[in-house]
Design a protein around this ligand. Structure first.
Ligand code: PEP
Ligand code: MG
Length: 549
């Protein structure tokens, strides 16, 4: 029987197959609980909490780095004696066991939040423990992303960056989501982790857990119950592409020697160390906000500096482009963003938060300067979501005061249109094609139904990029691309043909971009760029470019 094939948008090439697992929702706290003898109830709570702690500790043994630390710390908190005492107090007042658990966690969280600093940051862990213990007490599945015993495919509606902090690439061999597009954060996370991924997959939510699927991140297919021959064939094809990427050697250049920096997007020290194992020439985008998604309190300058230093040190003397906090919209930060904005993607996000609270920006720049002291890497600093020349001037002056190299991201059409004026105030720009397409097409980058509009091959987007690249050439200043467009090898060649001087993508994608570019001349890139600009839609642009590259 022929396998059923679902179609989505393949965003991270590669093959992964296995049974489907899904994130579990938060458990319901029952409203009709009986009251219990406080001693017996406390013993039941301790037993459930210790089962939860044991599972977290086992997962920690299979995780590494920060993920393992988070799991160990949460396991220890689940065994906290103070928590048991607070539960027992409520049981003695006649409350049910789940309501006592929820009440105890709330009281402890209030105390932690009032203490501030590192204690306040544990509130999220406490809430996680509450959900796991309530699930254990009521026989509901444990919430969050499971860590399966066999290699599995994670299927979800969509994934938030915070959901995936402890995602283990050894256990999750592919990701498929029903929402999300080429520029959504599920894509960015999957690419960062090098996990094959398909997003915007129609019909995915109807697939039962446990069904065997094959995810082909190059074609965008999710094949149900694939036969062994198909799995073998697809795996061999993916391996051949992997071999071409692995053979690439930096520095990046076209076949006729036109230099193009091939850089990596990273989000922390662990990611930077992984990137440093590849041939990339440095970091083209360090998304600092992703270091702080679980923080309710702003980290101190020293604490921030230590985190940034980890990335700088990992890259040795290779170049670093660090971005100031791009908080807001789909990346809210407890200590920075405004809550309940009616339209957060068009709200106070990115550098606008620094304009509103100058201290926030100053402290981050001080931390970057501190981390850069003694660093062998040249450190360039850029701001996200810059809309005007004045904003670029404001940021450029602050960065220069600290002896660093200033730049801004071009993600808003107003900035793309006046890139020449913006470049008077900064030394480089980097085009964020994910947001530039969202704002140019008035189309949510997260919406799969609009993914044709946010397709990075859209000729109008390419026209905006060309304008920025030409402004850079005239000013004699570098223009990079660090949005997901730079992860597509063929589109990377088109961007170079438009005049872009560096391409930054996830470390797992960058070598293939470098290898593809090394196989074509600058003239071919220019012809492909011209053909793509003149195409009527993204599909025609892809086809026209492919014919010339
Ligand atoms: C972009 O918008 O293209 C970009 C690189 O920033 P982010 O994806 O983090 O919004
Ligand atoms: Mg952006």
């Amino acid at each position: 029987m022929a396998s059923t094939i679902l179609h989505g948008n393949g965003v991270v090439p590669g093959i992964g197959s296995g049974p489907v697992v899904r994130p579990r929702p938060r458990p319901e706290v029952p409203t009709d609980e009986d009251s219990l003898d406080p001693e017996a109830g406390a013993a039941r709570f301790s037993e459930a909490a210790s089962a939860v702690a044991d599972r977290l500790a086992t997962r920690a043994e299979h995780a590494s780095g920060e993920g393992a630390e988070v799991l160990h710390a949460t396991a220890a908190l689940a065994r906290d004696r103070g928590l048991v005492a607070l539960v027992q107090k409520r049981l003695a007042e006649g409350m049910g066991i789940c309501a006592s658990t929820a009440g105890a966690v709330e009281e402890l969280s209030t105390m932690f939040a009032a203490a501030g600093g590192l204690m306040a940051e544990r509130v999220t862990d406490l809430e996680d423990i509450r959900d796991r213990v309530v699930a254990e007490l009521t026989g509901q599945p444990e919430p969050g992303i499971p860590t399966p015993a066999v290699a599995s495919v994670l299927c979800a509606v969509d994934l938030a960056p915070a959901d995936t902090a402890t995602l283990d690439p050894a256990a999750i061999v592919a990701i498929a989501t029903s929402l999300g597009g080429a520029t959504s954060h599920t894509t960015i996370i999957a690419r960062q982790l090098g996990i094959p991924c398909v997003v915007g997959t129609e019909g995915l939510d109807d697939i039962a857990e446990g069904t065997t699927v094959l995810v082909d991140g190059a074609t965008g297919e999710v094949v149900l119950d694939p036969d062994a021959g198909l799995v073998r064939e697809r795996t061999e094809a993916a391996t051949a592409i992997g071999a071409a990427a692995a053979s690439w050697r930096s520095p990046g250049a076209t076949s006729d020697g036109h230099a193009v920096d091939i850089l990596a997007n990273v989000q922390d020290g662990a990611g930077a160390r992984k990137a440093a194992e590849t041939q990339v020439q440095g970091v083209g985008l360090f998304r600092t906000e992703l270091c702080f998604l679980d923080r309710d309190v702003e980290p101190t300058v020293e604490e921030q500096a230590a985190i940034y230093r980890e990335v700088f040190e990992a890259m040795g003397d290779r170049k670093i482009v660090i971005r100031t906090l791009d908080a807001g919209s789909d990346k809210p930060l407890g200590f920075a963003t405004i809550k309940d904005e009616p339209n957060p993607a068009l709200g106070v996000r990115g550098m606008r938060l620094g304009l509103r609270d100058e201290g926030l920006m100053d402290r981050q720049l001080d931390a970057i300067a501190l981390a850069a002291e003694g660093s062998a890497a040249p450190v360039w600093v850029m701001a996200p979501m810059v809309a005007t020349e004045d904003e670029a001037a404001w940021f450029g002056a602050k960065v220069r005061e600290r002896g660093l190299v200033p730049g801004v991201m071009i993600e808003i059409p107003s900035a793309a249109l006046l890139a020449d004026r913006i470049l008077r105030h900064v030394d480089f720009v980097s085009i964020g094609t994910n947001d530039l397409s969202q704002y140019a097409f008035a189309a949510d980058r997260m919406a799969p139904s609009l993914s044709e509009l946010t397709d990075p091959w859209q000729p109008a987007l390419l026209a905006l990029i060309e304008r920025v690249a030409q402004a850079g050439l005239e000013a004699g200043k570098p223009v990079g691309v660090c949005g997901e467009a730079a992860a597509d090898p063929q589109l990377g060649c088109v961007l170079v043909g438009l005049g872009v001087s560096s391409l930054s993508s996830a470390a797992s994608a960058a070598p293939l971009v470098g290898a593809t570019l090394a196989g074509v001349s600058l003239e071919a890139c220019r012809s492909a760029a011209q053909a793509a600009l003149e195409a009527k839609d993204p599909a025609a642009a892809r086809e026209a470019a492919a014919g010339l590259l």
